[in-house]
Design a binder for this molecule. Structure first.
Ligand SMILES: Cc1cc2nc3c(=O)[nH]c(=O)nc-3n(C[C@H](O)[C@H](O)[C@H](O)COP(=O)(O)OP(=O)(O)OC[C@H]3O[C@@H](n4cnc5c(N)ncnc54)[C@H](O)[C@@H]3O)c2cc1C
Length: 162
């Protein structure tokens, strides 16, 4: 994270998976400038279905994406309650839970990606290190060859440092 002279805060999010894209959307919603750096040359979320639990659905709702997700999702079990083998509740949904949804990973990814400006996501750039400081992140421009290397400069040392 860095702060610009005009008070704008910027962040580099490493990885354009569901987690990274969600974090980027959330930061933009509160006014941050965000760059998502993805090492894959092309963003393609593989895999099959994903279950969205009520907490995930609530989080997507806070981001204003609940309806976009609902277009692609189908309801599964009612509230996703889980019992232990002895019958006691391990998890019991809240009264306002909307239930549990199933969605194809690629579609959730597409919804999240679509909530960010094109310029916010840079592919083919791998973050290989970082330093502690207030300098700006230096992501490579997209498109980049898959072996390009990006050095981020967050205010806290990233756990992904080699
Ligand atoms: C079989 C299976 C079923 C699952 N089912 C469910 C489910 O039903 N419901 C549910 O909620 N969760 C489920 N999960 C978990 C869920 O898929 C993960 O928690 C989620 O996808 C993680 O997203 P992520 O963005 O954190 O990580 P990832 O999807 O791993 O994305 C990380 C991204 O970061 C990029 N990256 C990594 N390092 C760098 C770097 N140094 N520089 C640049 N880019 C980098 C990678 O290329 C990748 O694109 C399941 C997982 C599996 C394996």
């Amino acid at each position: 994270m860095i702060s610009g002279r005009n008070g704008t805060r910027s962040a580099v999010v490493i990885g354009a998976g569901i987690g990274g894209l969600t974090a980027a959307v959330a930061l933009r919603r509160i006014g941050w400038e965000v760059t998502v750096v993805e090492r894959a040359p092309v963003i393609s979320e593989v895999g099959a279905g994903l279950t969205l639990w009520p907490n995930a659905i609530r989080a997507l709702g806070v981001l204003g994406l609940e309806s976009a997700v609902a277009v692609h999702a189908i309801p599964t079990v009612s509230r996703g309650n889980i019992r232990q083998p002895d019958g006691r509740w391990l998890r019991h949904g809240r009264a306002d839970d909307v239930g549990v949804l199933a969605i194809h990973r690629a579609q959730l990814h597409e919804v999240l990606r679509g909530a960010l400006p094109e310029r916010s996501v840079r592919t083919g750039a791998e973050v290989v290190g970082g330093t502690t400081g207030t300098g700006g992140p230096v992501p490579n421009s997209s498109p980049e060859p898959p072996d390009s290397r990006t050095h981020a400069t967050p205010t806290t040392a990233p756990s992904l440092m080699p």
